[in-house]
Structure formats: structure tokens, C-alpha cells
Design a protein around this ligand. Structure first.
Ligand SMILES: C[S@@+](CC[C@H](N)C(=O)[O-])C[C@H]1O[C@@H](n2cnc3c(N)ncnc32)[C@H](O)[C@@H]1O
Length: 271
């Protein structure tokens, strides 16, 4: 039944009729109707085709979530709220813009783009943007935001834990995401990001860090992995630091007032 529900939801999200989906898949619309009511199942050979049309993994299509995929409890937040993080860009976007003003079509990658507020901001300002996230619902809303702003962005689904960059970017940007990077993966991932930043390019990153004087957040996610304060900067010690700062801020998520501490780094790779 999960597959039936997912098919109906994804088809509607993509604003397709059963007939349109049937044509794309090469079956009758009665077949699609039977899948959606759970009377029959699509042939196994059609699963990659359906997953491709809806831009989700076959696991997601089947409603199968491994414990690792549960990491994205954002799926449900993104489903419930209009724009969970709002549509205004993060403060770090303006700093990036000042340092690398869009006098050329700089290429930018947004890692863990969520619902796309920052990616869309950059694209609206002339950057050539690619952006990925693990959450289908976030990506769906990000695409809608881009369409409403009349900009093109290369959005794709990827898990930052197993995705490695193959091409170079002028700017690598990520906000509120790096706490998902497990300690044992940090050396390799950060090297991959460094190696794929062009000369004179910048990395603009932040990460939640633990401080002894700040209590652990009441709603910390199970997949949170602790970063040491200063750890992020260490990976870029031979780059030029435009900003390296620690920010403590109040938060009221889950209705319990608490504080977070974040290390913010904006560094330039000098050739
Ligand atoms: C705090 S939100 C930040 C979203 C966005 N950067 C922003 O500032 O609006 C964290 C994001 O990380 C994504 N995320 C979590 N684990 C991930 C993973 N393993 N790979 C890719 N994205 C992931 C979540 O789906 C979520 O959209």
C-alpha cells in the first residue's frame, strides 16, 4: 500500500494525470489506476522508470526507509510546513556575494540545500547553481521556489555521506548540514570539497559545535555527530580566512528555549 500511496502522491506533486504517467511509462491508464488503488503492482522492470520520472530512489518509491535514511526527519517537516526555513536567504549568502560578486557566472554548489532558499537566492543573482539534499520533499519545494523565481538550478538528490564531487566549483556553500558528517568521514569529504574548489574559489560553511558551557539541545537528532569547536577551520588551515567565527544563538525549536553554538568559516583557496 505504501507504493500505491507514494505513486499517487508523487504523480500529483508532479502535476501529472494518470494518463500522462501511463504514456511516459508505456502502460495503460487503467494499469496506473490499479497501482494507485493497490489492486496490482507495477512490473519490477518499471520501478527504475517510475523512480526516474519522479526523481526519487527506488527505496523511496517503495516507502522503504533504512535507519540511515531516517536521518531525514526533515521530510515530514517539509511536508507539513509551507516553507519550514522560510524563503529569505541565510546571512552567509550576502557575505559570499560581497566576496565573489556575480560579475561572472560563478559556479556554486549548495550542499544540503533543504527547500532551496539559498540556492534560489544565488541563482537569482546570476550564479550558476547546483544543489543537493537527501530529502525528496525539500527538493520538490526547492524546485517550486526556483520555478516561481524563474531561475534554473541543477537540483539533485544525494546523500552527502556517499556523494563525492567530480567537477570543480567556484563556491562551495553549506549551511546547517555538516553535523551529519560522521567523524570517520570528515577527512575524506573535506578533502574532496577542498580539491574541487577552484583556485581563488571559496568555501562558505558552518557547523554546530559542542561547548561545555552550552547544554546539548533538547531536540538533538539521533544522527547528530559532535564536532569539536575549531575542527572545521583545521581542514582549511592553509587557505585564507575571510571569516572564522563562533556564533552562539538562541533557539526555541521544540518549544524549549535553548542555545546553539556554531563555527562559521568562509575561506579562500589561494593558488
Ligand atoms: C538544517 S537543514 C538546512 C537546510 C538548508 N541548508 C537551509 O539552510 O535552509 C539540514 C538539511 O540537511 C539535509 N540533510 C540531512 N542529512 C543529509 C545527508 N546525509 N545528505 C544530504 N542532505 C542531508 C536535510 O534534509 C535538511 O534539508
Amino acid at each position: 500500500m505504501l507504493l500505491a500511496e507514494n505513486l499517487t502522491r508523487l504523480r500529483k506533486q508532479h502535476r501529472m494525470t494518470q494518463e500522462q504517467l501511463a504514456v511516459q511509462v508505456g502502460v495503460t491508464f487503467q494499469a496506473v489506476s490499479k497501482w494507485e488503488t493497490g489492486q496490482t503492482l507495477p512490473d519490477i522492470a518499471l520501478l527504475p522508470v517510475l523512480a526516474g520520472i519522479f526523481e526519487v530512489s527506488i527505496d523511496a518509491l517503495l516507502g522503504y526507509l533504512t535507519s540511515q535514511n531516517k536521518i531525514s526527519e526533515y521530510e515530514s517537516r517539509y511536508r507539513e510546513q509551507e516553507y519550514y526555513w522560510g524563503t529569505a536567504p541565510s546571512e552567509m549568502c550576502y557575505e559570499v556575494m560581497k566576496l565573489k560578486p556575480p560579475v561572472r557566472s560563478w559556479t556554486l554548489l549548495d550542499i544540503g540545500c533543504g527547500e532551496g532558499k539559498d540556492a534560489v537566492f544565488f541563482a537569482r543573482n546570476g550564479y550558476v547553481v547546483s544543489a543537493f539534499d537527501i530529502a525528496d520533499e525539500g527538493l520538490h519545494k526547492a524546485k517550486q521556489l526556483a520555478a516561481a523565481s524563474n531561475v534554473k538550478i541543477n537540483f539533485f538528490k544525494a546523500n552527502l555521506l556517499d556523494y563525492r564531487l567530480q567537477s570543480d566549483f567556484d563556491i562551495i556553500f553549506s549551511s546547517g548540514v555538516f553535523h551529519y558528517i560522521k567523524p570517520e568521514l570528515r577527512d575524506e569529504l573535506l578533502k574532496n570539497y577542498r580539491d574541487h574548489t577552484k583556485n581563488e574559489g571559496i568555501c562558505a560553511l558552518n557547523v554546530f559545535v559542542q561547548k561545555p558551557f552550552i547544554a546539548p539541545p533538547p531536540d538533538g537528532e539521533p544522527s547528530d555527530t559532535v564536532w569539536r569547536s575549531g575542527e572545521l577551520c583545521g581542514y582549511f588551515s592553509d587557505w585564507y580566512f575571510h571569516r572564522s567565527e563562533q556564533v552562539v544563538f538562541d533557539c526555541n525549536s521544540s518549544g524549549i528555549p535553548h542555545q546553539h553554538c556554531m563555527d562559521v568559516l568562509i575561506a579562500r583557496k589561494l593558488g
